[in-house]
Structure formats: structure tokens, C-alpha cells
Ligand binder design. Structure first.
Ligand code: PHE
Length: 380
């Protein structure tokens, strides 16, 4: 009698197992079916080009990987969530991906503020999160399940500071978005390097979403700087530059990767002669870059921005980690991500260090006539 009961229970258990990715008393079975990866990003809202570009890069990579047979003999399926460019929605997005969908790993976010918010949820549930693009050093300090495949802002701030000094700019003004972790961090690391030999003649601030920058720009103009460091997102760059030029503040502005968006290139004359540091240049002759460019242009009919490139690399690094993990298990994937070494990406060679960051070169781009031109490549 007892024996029959056990056999029935066993049969029930076996009956459930092959369906894959189902709850087994609170534990997910990840051993069969498609491998589910979550992706969250700003598909809509102010910084929509960040989310859309990285999504396009991710999808191109997964399409290529699945066309070659997938990983571990299974296809990868990406479940995407839009966080509307909001930090609290980023938290909701990863909660859904983890609890509703049972993903084994997550790619996202671009903006450091949103990676910081959602990263603590991924850490809590021990689901590895790989940010393609969040450069604020704090992001991966959230915990041992949080990784990134891009460089960090201690490096990027130094790149900006050294660039300003090398251009011979003796007096520089700074205009920071104090509602943005990325902007505050980058301004901090820039000050530390540039401030040693150059004069910071003004240190002004604004808040994401502001529309009128005339007061700050008037103060800056009064100090006669050689250039203005603007470590913000592309969403504010256009408005700020237009108002600066109207006020007769005609010196070059320069910023970081947050400038990178097709929209920055449509600003026209106000942005000519401005510079920003970035993760990649389409002019880079490396075969990995040129092969990616060709595939991306064939699929989307446009030149990829940095976010598209970083999304592509993050998805490929993730697939590679799952393969090396040998099973679609969150902890095994975490351990494999930590071991990533010399992965040849379109945005550079990716090795994950002990702090779960990647050390990669940065490029300086100059904007002219609606195009970026590679000015310099700086090694870490
Ligand atoms: N580095 C930015 C951040 O951390 C995001 C970003 C990356 C924007 C790459 C554009 C290109 O917030």
C-alpha cells in the first residue's frame, strides 16, 4: 500500500519534470526547453534610444547564436521588459522576470541609476545580472551576482580629464545632472584628475527633466572657460547646447558615453566641434567590429550606436557563460560569468575581473557634420 503511494508520487513527479522551467515546490526546473534569459531596459520614456539600441544588439546576437544551434543543444529565448526609463519600473521589471518567468539570468540596464535599483533585486534572488553599459563603479558593488561588460567611470572620468589637459584647456566649467548617479560619478572622477593641473572655474548643476539652463549657463559664460564638461545624457545635451549658443557661449562642450545616441548627431551646428568619450567607434578596423557592423546594418538598416554594440556583446558573453557553465542554472552561470576571459567582443576584449567589471579601452569622438570621428583611443 505504502509502496503504491510512492509509485504514484514518483509518476506525478516524472510527469511534471519534462515540461521544463516549472515550479518544483518553489524551485524551478531549468533543465529542459528553451533557456530563458530576461532583458530589461528603457524601450520608452526619455532615454528610449538606450533601451531600443541595446535591445537590437541583444536580439541580433541571440538570433545568430540560435541559428548556429543555440547553447547546450537548446535555443535561447529572451523575455524583454520595458522600464519606461524609470528606476522603480526597473525594479518591477526584474521582479516579473524572476518570479513570473523564471529566467536564469538577466541582461540590463544601461543607465546606472536603474541598474543600481534593479541590481539589488537580482542579488536578493541570486539571479546573475549582466549590465551591458552601466559605468558607475557602485553598480557591481551591489553584490556577487552583478556583472558588467563595459568599463567604469573612474576610468572614463580620467580619460575626460586627461583629454581636456592634452587639448590645453586651462579653464573648464562642469555642468552635472545631480539627479543621475552616472552624471554625479563621472563629474567626481573628472574633477579628481583634471582639477590637479587645470582650473575648474565653475561647477554648476541641474536635474534630469529641467528645461531652462540659462542661469547656470550665464554663470559659466561669466567665468570664460575654454570648454564645458557636461557628463549628462543625450536627452539634455541638445537643449543645453542650444541655450548655450543663444547666450553666446560658443566654446566646445564635451561629455561621456551618455551623449551616445543617434539624436545627438541630428543637433546640427550647435554640437559641431564637441567631443565625448565612448565604448566603440564604427571606424575601428578590427574584424570583430566590421563583422558586427555588417550584420547589424543588414538587419536594421542603420549604423549601430555604442549601446547596440554593448548589448550585442553582453548577450554573446552571457551565451558563452551558459555554455561554459554546462547547465542553465543561475549559480553555475554566475560562476562562469566570473571566469570570462579574453572574450573577443565588438566593443573590445572582455575579461571580467575580481570586482566583476571589464577593463576596456575608451575612444574619444569628435562630432562634425552629423557624424562622429575617432580622435583617440585610450587604453585602460
Ligand atoms: N554609462 C551610462 C550610465 O552608466 C549609460 C550609457 C552607456 C549611455 C553607453 C550611453 C552609452 O548611466
Amino acid at each position: 500500500m505504502r509502496c503504491a503511494g510512492i509509485i504514484i508520487l514518483l509518476a506525478l513527479g516524472l510527469g511534471l519534470a519534462p515540461m521544463g522551467c516549472k515550479d518544483k515546490g518553489g524551485q524551478r526546473d531549468h533543465s529542459t526547453g528553451d533557456i530563458l534569459i530576461g532583458e530589461y531596459g528603457s524601450m520608452t520614456g526619455p532615454t528610449a534610444t538606450f533601451g531600443q539600441s541595446s535591445h537590437e544588439g541583444v536580439m541580433l546576437a541571440i538570433e545568430q547564436i540560435n541559428a548556429e544551434g543555440g547553447v547546450l543543444g537548446r535555443k535561447i529565448r529572451v523575455i524583454s521588459e520595458d522600464d519606461q526609463s524609470k528606476a522603480d519600473e526597473a525594479v518591477n521589471a526584474v521582479q516579473k522576470l524572476i518570479n513570473r518567468d523564471g529566467v536564469v539570468a538577466i541582461i540590463g540596464e544601461v543607465a546606472s541609476k536603474r541598474s543600481l535599483a534593479a541590481g539589488s533585486v537580482c542579488q536578493k534572488y541570486k539571479i546573475p545580472m549582466l549590465s551591458p553599459a552601466s559605468t558607475n563603479p557602485e553598480v557591481t558593488r551591489t553584490g556577487d551576482y552583478i556583472f558588467r561588460t563595459c568599463f567604469t567611470d573612474d576610468f572614463q572620468g580620467k580619460v575626460g580629464g586627461q583629454f581636456a589637459l592634452r587639448r590645453g584647456w586651462k579653464n573648464v566649467a562642469i555642468l552635472t545632472d545631480v539627479n543621475n548617479d552616472y552624471s554625479k560619478g563621472l563629474a567626481h572622477f573628472f574633477r579628481a584628475v583634471y582639477g590637479k593641473s587645470g582650473n575648474i572655474v565653475a561647477d554648476e548643476s541641474y536635474r534630469e527633466g529641467d528645461k531652462d539652463f540659462k542661469a547656470q549657463l550665464t554663470t559659466i559664460k561669466g567665468k570664460n572657460p575654454d570648454a564645458v564638461f557636461l557628463p549628462g545624457y543625450y536627452t539634455d545635451v541638445g537643449l543645453i547646447l542650444r541655450q548655450a549658443r543663444e547666450l553666446g557661449l560658443n566654446v566646445p562642450f564635451f561629455g561621456g558615453d551618455g551623449w551616445d545616441s543617434p539624436e545627438t548627431l541630428t543637433l546640427g551646428k550647435v554640437v559641431d566641434g564637441c567631443f565625448y568619450s565612448n565604448h566603440y567607434s564604427p571606424e575601428d578596423p578590427r574584424p570583430e567590429v566590421q563583422a558586427f557592423l555588417k550584420a547589424y546594418e543588414a538587419k536594421y538598416n542603420k549604423i549601430p550606436d555604442a549601446m547596440a554594440t554593448l548589448g550585442y556583446d553582453a548577450a554573446r558573453v552571457m551565451a558563452d557563460a551558459i555554455k561554459r557553465a554546462g547547465k542553465a542554472d543561475p549559480q553555475a552561470i554566475r560562476d562562469a560569468l566570473a571566469q570570462t576571459k579574453d572574450f573577443s567582443g565588438a566593443s573590445g576584449i572582455i575579461t571580467i575581473d575580481a570586482e566583476r567589471n571589464a577593463k576596456k579601452p575608451a575612444v574619444i569622438l569628435e562630432i562634425r557634420d552629423g557624424k562622429t570621428h575617432l580622435v583617440d583611443t585610450i587604453q585602460p
